[in-house]
Design a protein around this ligand. Structure first.
Ligand code: NAP
Length: 274
C-alpha cells in the first residue's frame, strides 16, 4: 500500500515536472526567419522543450546555426522559406499538408537595409531621402508574408491542439503614442519599417476576427528591445539578450487563450499601445 502511494507520488511529480518545464512532446511550432536573432532563440528554446520545430530560413544554403541545432535536436527540421515568395510558401504548405501546427510564428522581418553602425545608413527610410521602391519590399516581407503564411497554414493551425498564430510586430507599429526612437533622437526614423508594422497589426487583427469562431488565437508582440547580431557593433541602451525577452514571450504564449485573440502585447503579456 505504502509502495503504491509512493509510486503514485512519483508519477505526480513527473507529471508536474513535465508541466513546469512546458514539456509537451506532441506540440509543433513553425518559425519564420529562424536562422538568427529572435527567431533562432525561439527555435532553440522550443527545441529544448522537446517540441517539433519547423525552423525556416531564406538562405540558399542551410545556415550553420540551424544545422547545429538539428544535430542536437532530432525533432527540429529545417525548411527553406522566403516569406516574399508565394510559390515557396505554397510548396511548403503542400509538403506539410495534414501536419498540425500549434504555433505559427511569423518572426521574419525586414527592419533596415544597412547595419545600425553604418554612418549615413538607412537614409532610404528617412524623410527627404525616402526610397519609394523600397516600400514594396517592406510590405511584402512584413505584411503580405505573414498573411500569406496564415492563409497557407490555417488548416494546419486549426488541426492542432493550441491553435495559435503569433506575429512578431514592434512598438514601431504603434500610432497612438509618439514614435519611440531607441537612440533617443527626436527625428522619426525607419518610416517604411514603422508603417509596415502598423499594417501588420491591422492584418493580424483582421485574422483574429476571421478565425475567432474556429478557436484560433491570433496575437501580436512587441518583443521588447532585443540586442541581436544584426545590430552590428551598436549596443542599444535597455536592450536585453534574446534569451531574456524570448523566455518571457514563450511563457506568455503558453498562457494565451482565445480571449486574448486580437491583442497587441509586450513580451510579458501586458497590452501594448496600438
Ligand atoms: N530586435 C529587436 O529589438 C526587435 C524589436 C521589435 C521588433 N523586432 C522584430 O523581431 C523580428 C526578428 O527581428 P530580429 O531583431 O531578430 O532581427 P534579425 O536578427 O535581423 O532577424 C531577422 C530575420 O528575418 C529574416 N528575414 C528577413 N527577410 C526575410 C524573408 N523575405 N524571408 C524569410 N526570412 C526573412 C532574416 O533572414 P536573413 O538572416 O537571411 O536576413 C532573419 O532571420 C522582426 O520581425 C523584427 O521586426 C525586433
Amino acid at each position: 500500500m505504502q509502495l503504491a502511494a509512493r509510486s503514485f507520488s512519483v508519477v505526480l511529480i513527473a507529471l508536474a515536472m513535465g508541466v513546469a518545464s512546458g514539456r509537451a512532446a506532441a506540440e509543433t511550432v513553425l518559425i519564420t526567419g529562424a536562422n538568427q536573432g529572435i527567431g533562432l532563440e525561439f527555435a532553440k528554446e522550443y527545441a529544448a522543450r522537446g517540441w517539433t520545430v519547423i525552423a525556416t530560413h531564406r538562405r540558399t544554403t542551410t545556415p550553420d546555426e540551424l544545422a547545429k541545432l538539428a544535430a542536437q535536436y532530432p525533432k527540429l527540421r529545417i525548411e527553406r522559406l522566403d516569406v516574399t515568395d508565394a510559390a515557396q510558401i505554397e510548396a511548403l504548405g503542400a509538403k506539410l499538408k495534414g501536419v498540425p501546427i500549434d504555433i505559427l510564428l511569423s518572426n521574419a522581418g525586414l527592419v533596415r537595409t544597412d547595419p545600425l553602425d553604418k554612418p549615413g545608413g538607412n537614409a532610404n527610410q528617412m524623410f527627404g531621402t525616402l526610397d519609394y521602391k523600397l516600400l514594396d519590399d517592406f510590405i511584402h516581407t512584413n505584411v503580405a508574408g505573414p498573411l500569406k503564411i496564415a492563409e497557407t497554414f490555417i488548416e494546419n493551425v486549426k488541426a492542432s491542439r493550441q491553435k495559435k498564430i503569433v506575429a512578431i510586430s514592434s512598438a514601431a507599429g504603434s500610432v497612438s503614442v509618439p514614435p519611440f526612437m531607441p537612440n533617443g533622437s527626436p527625428v522619426p526614423d525607419h518610416y517604411w519599417y514603422r508603417i509596415s508594422k502598423t499594417a501588420l497589426n491591422s492584418a493580424m487583427r483582421l485574422l483574429s476576427a476571421q478565425f475567432k469562431n474556429d478557436g484560433v488565437t491570433v496575437v501580436m508582440f512587441h518583443p521588447g528591445g532585443v540586442q541581436v547580431e544584426s545590430f552590428g557593433k551598436t549596443s542599444l541602451p535597455g536592450f536585453v539578450p534574446p534569451e531574456e525577452a524570448i523566455g518571457r514571450m514563450i511563457k506568455t504564449i503558453d498562457g494565451l487563450s482565445i480571449k486574448d485573440s486580437g491583442r497587441f502585447m509586450d513580451n510579458d503579456g501586458k497590452d501594448h499601445p496600438w
